[in-house]
Design a binder for this molecule. Sequence first.
Ligand code: NAD
Ligand code: DAU
Length: 334
Amino acid sequence: MPSLLVTGGAGFIGSNFTHWVLDNTDATVTVLDAMTYAANEASLAQLPENRFQLVRGSVCDADLVDDLVSRHDAVVHFAAESHNDNSLAGPAPFIETNIVGTFTLLEAVRKHDVRLHHISTDEVYGDLGLNDPAKLTPQTRYNPSSPYSASKASSDLLVRAWVRSFGVQATISNCSNNYGPRQHVEKFIPRQITEILQGRRPKLYGDGLNVRDWIHVDDHNSAVWTILESGRIGETYLIGADGELSNKTVIQLILELMGQPTDAYDHVNDRPGHDLRYAIDATKLREELGWRPTYTNFRAGLAATIDWYRANESWWLPHKEATEAAYAAKGLCG
Ligand code: NAD
Ligand code: DAU
């Protein structure tokens, strides 16, 4: 029974990954999470005690990380400050957690010769033009736009250097925008769903023509597991499911699925430096490792996500007011 250390496992993707691993494999999971504002302990409720434990602490705590790494077979590194708007308002924690935290983990896996999978983002490549036929590939030049994406690009480069210089057993994946249950209400889709549930109008940055390449979080999870099991050490795999949609289209679909007029949204100030479009070419992952997404109908996945937020108000409501107050302070409310 392999033992996994999952950093950031109380956040959106890390918690869904933890559930996925416990449901689909015989591995045990230790979550290391600093329990920042983005964490939600309820996301890890009722997991089997004989296969799961939560350790509260930071990936920047070298002694704690060294001890935990020494007692596990592999590390899957999700822990990060993850929100672009926050990185524009205050970049410091992004440098600390995303760069220094990844460095701390790399030193521990080097010392104990433990397998590492590093979770990263398509945003390290910067954006594509709206009408550009090109997609992002592992050969695309790094060109990050925001403090968040620059910090993730830095972490990727550290992993590559530790593989080449020290022979660390690591792989990297860069995934597009995830959606699904247990995503913090600061992010685009949950923010709009919960605004409507609270009787307010969704908020579209700028003209809303920016395109994101949506993938269901459980397709991300199955891809990560595939790479952990069969990925080649030192390689980078791009994860995406051909889900390109403009933000305006997504808001209109949410409104339609929630029984509202499809023009019942507001345009608000645009995000400074707002990336135009991401689009993933996942050929390497599909052809080399045989991975396929299962959530190929975005409308159905979005409807199930809306149902989840309707049914789980107690999960998100305690975070909603502070999130909207933070948006108001950033001028992203109207
Ligand atoms: P999230 O913000 O929901 O969760 C991040 C988690 O990391 C939280 O539980 C937080 O408490 C924890 N954390 C923060 N600082 C920490 C520290 N110093 N030590 C330990 N834990 C700490 O983020 P997410 O959306 O689940 O993203 C997870 C990972 O996936 C990130 O590395 C992100 O860059 C990457 N990613 C996200 C997406 C997406 O669409 N959300 C897409 C591609 C890649
Ligand atoms: O591409 C992968 C990245 O996707 C991850 O690395 C990040 O961790 C994750 O947060 C996400 O980044 P984005 O900036 O694309 O996600 P966000 O949910 O913040 O916004 C999605 C799009 O929606 C973006 O174009 C901005 C827009 N937006 C966002 C919010 C919160 C709005 O129009 N209105 C909003 O209220």
